[in-house]
Design a protein around this ligand. Sequence first.
Ligand SMILES: Cc1cc2nc3c(=O)[nH]c(=O)nc-3n(C[C@H](O)[C@H](O)[C@H](O)COP(=O)(O)OP(=O)(O)OC[C@H]3O[C@@H](n4cnc5c(N)ncnc54)[C@H](O)[C@@H]3O)c2cc1C
Length: 626
Amino acid sequence: MDALAPGRGPDVRFPRDHAKIASPGAPSSRHPPDARGRAHKKTIDTHSTSWYSCQQGGSRSTRLISAQAFLRGVDSAQAFLRGVDSAQAFLRGVDSAQAHLRGVDSAQAHLRASIAEQWSPRRFEELPTTRSFMFTQKDLDKLRHELTGPLLQPGSTGYAAATTIDNGRIRLQPGVVVLAATTRDVVCALRFAKEHDAKFTVRSGGHSAAGYCLNEGGVVLDMTGMRGKTFNARNGTLHAQIGNTWSDLYVYLTNTGTGLIPVGGGCPTVGIPGFMLGGGVSFVSRSYGLSVDNLISIDIVTPDGEVRRLSAASSSKEDLDLFWACRGGCGGNFGVVIAFEIQLHKPHTDKMLVGQIRYPIEIAEELLGFYNEWIQKAPRELAVYGYMGNAVNPAQPQQGFKSIGLTPIFNGDTAQGMDLIAPILRFKNISISLYEMTLPDFELMNGSVTLVKGRQAYIRSAFLRPEGFNPQVAKILPDFMRRAPSADSLMVWSHCGGKIGDVPRDETAFWHREAPFLWELKAIWKNDYEMVDNVDWAYAFGDALEDHMSGAYANYIDPLLHDWQTKYYGDNYAKLCEVKKQCDPTNFFRFQQSIGSDFQPSTNQPLDLSPLFRTYADQPRMGARA
Ligand SMILES: Cc1cc2nc3c(=O)[nH]c(=O)nc-3n(C[C@H](O)[C@H](O)[C@H](O)COP(=O)(O)OP(=O)(O)OC[C@H]3O[C@@H](n4cnc5c(N)ncnc54)[C@H](O)[C@@H]3O)c2cc1C
């Protein structure tokens, strides 16, 4: 009798070996023997046939065989029971392991909850991050009287909008927001902050990844009201005030009907100052260089309250140095920029070949391996950017799935572009969307995809070494993306090289001219309690790329980046500190990672997340490094 035969044996099924031991005539596990090895009732009944045969009938030898058979039955029952014992011991082990794991889970949950609580933005807001500045109403009224633009205090209409930025993780309450309407407003706000020894930061597009455009308790100078622009058809240049976003300029230039374009941002809502002061990597940078390589002049209010025009034609060494520093040295460091004069370009064709090809993430390693080799031979008119993250299943729009995408932008004839990108169209893909359109149209259509849009985010970046997506990198990227704690997170890369690399590294403050690709990770989540897991993941992701990176991008500013001075600015950092000392001797323009700051995040585990909640640093008047 097979103890495991359907409907006959015990409900609990044992491994096959036990079944063999139990058969034939093995006792049911429902009736194990007592401590002395005697089988319980049903078992005795089963075996009593043998015992009965042994007692009652047959010859002596038959009875002996029968007795031996009985004993074999007992042996086999005992063996079975040993099996049961050992299975039970095993299950007890499993139980205790499970209990242990439940304990670990609950300890981890507890730890996560306490870390989340510790770093809850709401809780942190209650703590004084640095000194909180209070202004008297009399002081504010006096300032209001001097300004052309509005002055906003907590509770005023417009205050919430002025202090809300793309990254919803940043929730800071400045004491006052000055909405500058004129250069004079800028000078007044600057002087007011200095007189009160108050924190002072400048906000334009409000896309600083770390929220360095805001501060807690001090003065925020909001430049979004200054949106004037003048097109000079003769030189193909544009003079644009700093409150303009890229979409403002795209729409304005499209309306000139000239087809001229700036070397601008892929995201239409990004402000021109933050983008350009950090360098500015554009879809057409391989054709025309960085955004700062196309900067003719800068109008700036320096910390001493003077309004200056900086350009390559400036006569003083101080202004020339400042012009150098403002091209890659990052926003918020050297003064308040009022306007830029920008060189525009006529693309090779009116419309470009643009679009995106989406592939399943399963082929990411293979695709990246191919792309890495293939793209090296691409002409500078072709840029192929990349994306990895969730894609929507068109058949079931609620359902996302991980994908990898390539975004070609060809500054030239469409047919030639199609020939160039043919190899990447041959890979197994999910969708191909290609268009012939002007670059500004493409940027307006496509550029909002990577916005945080008020959710919470932590952003990391890496300029990759010349090997680019080597086999390790090609494996790290999809491996980490698959493990993203939030489906909203994404990574992108910009395709650099071409004209960017034609400019020597010390000609402007932008150092990373030789990197083939700029990688950016956006860990995005919705709720406060998700922060620790998402930041941990993003931090580990960036760490995994450490051996493959030559630095990081100051425009994707990262408060947890260790040795940020060298990673952002390479060997140009020493000169940046000199310029800073010269133009801002009291270190008035300062924030956590401003030039000259000796702030360094801790890399100990668990991570110290407090830098994510600070935008301003009460540095000594001049940082030790400067
Ligand atoms: C969706 C998205 C896409 C992006 N794509 C690209 C890209 O393709 N290439 C690229 O290079 N970057 C890109 N960026 C990064 C972007 O360039 C930076 O985030 C930039 O700092 C944003 O500038 P802002 O003016 O919008 O932000 P803000 O937060 O207003 O300013 C950023 C920094 O500059 C300072 N600042 C602002 N205005 C002034 C001023 N008038 N004078 C002096 N300092 C000032 C601020 O204090 C702050 O420190 C992208 C960002 C986003 C959100």
